[in-house]
Design a protein. Structure first.
Length: 365
């Protein structure tokens, strides 16, 4: 700070007074010129990132921040929201296979990707390039996606974060757009909400911040959901945006990205309920397994099942009865694992359900 004050003092030499200097900096009367330089409040990534802003997306490793950012970028290019020749995805946190796969996507979709140690590029060049673009007037319309932020600065060092914030602000003020992907802390807040990693400076200096959280549980057998939760905004961005994607053994990255889908708000509650069901199913798995054994052995009345499970597991009959009731129904995705029919003399007969991803459950024979 002292060095900066001394440098400024040298710049001011020859000017009559501090008040004259302040008058020379006044932008009153320049609103029309500034308005002509201002970018339209348009999305770069639909609902999430606005052109001419600095957006930071925080997520823990493996939650899909790269996947979903790439999908949103490709969506924007396919709908002509962006000029791909001005988009630079900086892939600084990937293995060589990942670099190849994402470069193939860039070639198909028409945007630029750069990676460390390829064609002489180094991640440390990005802040200088951002500064040069701002100073030369070339920043307007340029979009940088930095993946991940820790490769461009030490996020735990306040000075690094402050310096990066100054450069980033110069870049976006000159018409550039910056999207940073960053990591959350290992431990979430008491309410389960992710906590941004590093010092608070990056979050504080960003225009818009999203926390990406995986919703535990599954819509279908191999499909997971994730939710972007807005933590800070300057502009009309969404409070939450949700997506699903499906991982399968042996799939390519392009095949994975093609599974991404937006989830409408009314489906979010279903997915969150699925998460609760998944947790409860895990807690009930010993009883569920024993009930299966009972039904498969031909023991299908409620009283007989409870007795069988009690003898097999030692769990109280009251708890067994509750799980038996909770898991009775016809919708496998809601956590039901058997159905019940009433026969002669009002005697209940339980039958196991099979998983059915689309058309509904089926009984096992």
């Amino acid at each position: 700070m002292t060095k900066q004050i001394l440098e400024n003092k040298t710049r001011y030499q020859g000017q009559t007074s501090a008040l004259d200097i302040l008058h020379s900096y006044s932008i009153t009367g320049e609103s029309q010129t500034l308005k002509e330089q201002m970018l339209d409040d348009a999305f770069v990534l639909k609902d999430i990132a606005i052109r001419g802003q600095w957006t930071t997306i925080y997520a823990s490793p493996g939650n899909g921040k790269t996947l979903l950012t790439m999908w949103l970028l490709i969506e924007a290019l396919e709908t002509n929201l962006l000029d791909g020749d001005n988009v630079f995805y900086v892939n600084a946190d990937d293995n060589f296979r990942g670099i190849v796969e994402k470069t193939e996507l860039a070639e198909k979709s028409g945007f630029h990707t750069v990676a460390p140690n390829q064609k002489g590029f180094k991640s440390s060049e990005i802040p200088n390039l951002m500064l040069q673009l701002a100073e030369t007037g070339e920043a307007k319309g340029v979009i940088f996606i930095l993946d991940t932020l820790k490769k461009f600065l030490d996020v735990m060092q306040k000075k690094d974060a402050t310096d990066f914030g100054i450069i980033s602000r110069n870049f976006v003020s000159a018409g550039g757009t910056l999207i940073c992907l960053a990591h959350t802390n290992k431990h979430a807040a008491a309410d389960g909400r992710p906590i941004p990693g590093g010092t608070s400076d990056v979050r504080d200096d960003s225009d818009c911040v999203y926390l990406l959280n995986k919703i535990a549980g599954q819509l279908y057998e191999d499909t997971v959901g994730v939710e972007f939760m807005n933590d800070k905004a300057r502009g009309d961005v969404a409070d939450t945006v949700s997506f699903s994607y499906s991982r399968r053994h042996g799939q390519t990255y392009e095949e994975l990205i093609n599974t991404v889908k937006r989830i409408e708000n009314d489906k979010i509650d279903e997915l969150k309920q699925s998460a609760i069901n998944a947790q409860q199913l895990e807690a009930d798995k010993e009883i569920i397994s024993s009930v299966r054994n009972s039904i498969e052995a031909g023991i299908t009345s409620k009283a007989a099942i409870i007795k069988f499970v009690n003898q097999e597991t030692g769990i109280t009959q009251r708890k067994i009865s509750k799980v038996l009731d909770d898991r009775t129904g016809n919708i496998y995705q809601l956590g039901h694992r058997w159905s019940v029919e009433t026969g002669l003399h009002n005697k209940n007969k339980y039958s196991l359900l099979k998983f059915e991803s689309v058309t509904g459950p089926q009984k096992t024979e």
